[in-house]
Write a new protein. Sequence first.
Length: 149
Amino acid sequence: MQLNDLRPAEGSRKNRKRIGRGNSSGHGTTAGRGSKGQLSRSGGGKGKGFEGGQQPLAMRLPKLPGFINHNRVEYAPVNVSRLETLFADGDVVDAESLVAKGVLKHNYIPVKVLGDGELTKKLTVKVDKVSASAQAKIEAAGGKVEQAC
């Protein structure tokens, strides 16, 4: 037996019903829809979610509270303790170096340095935002903060 000899079992496949192809086909004129009424019309029938005239569930539920500010800028948070472990003394911390160290996926993501942890290394930080506590810790360690605009 070859692959080209394979056939479906006898009677397992059936031709689809071709409706509206003349009365001699047995499915002409009304095309199996009966005569008149909502279900015989094109686009007829009840819509999705119709509950027999009862107020649909989607309309009975309350709307969600609040709103979404589409102009909100989401910053990627990086703590001072993370900078301590990843960078050497005198390094420059910016988006490119954070991507190179695997902290960020892309260098166009805005970064904010937060003050959780301790810092002993002298770093130059060039990111979008720095919290007040992080700035104090960076400057106390002898580094400096240059915020990119």
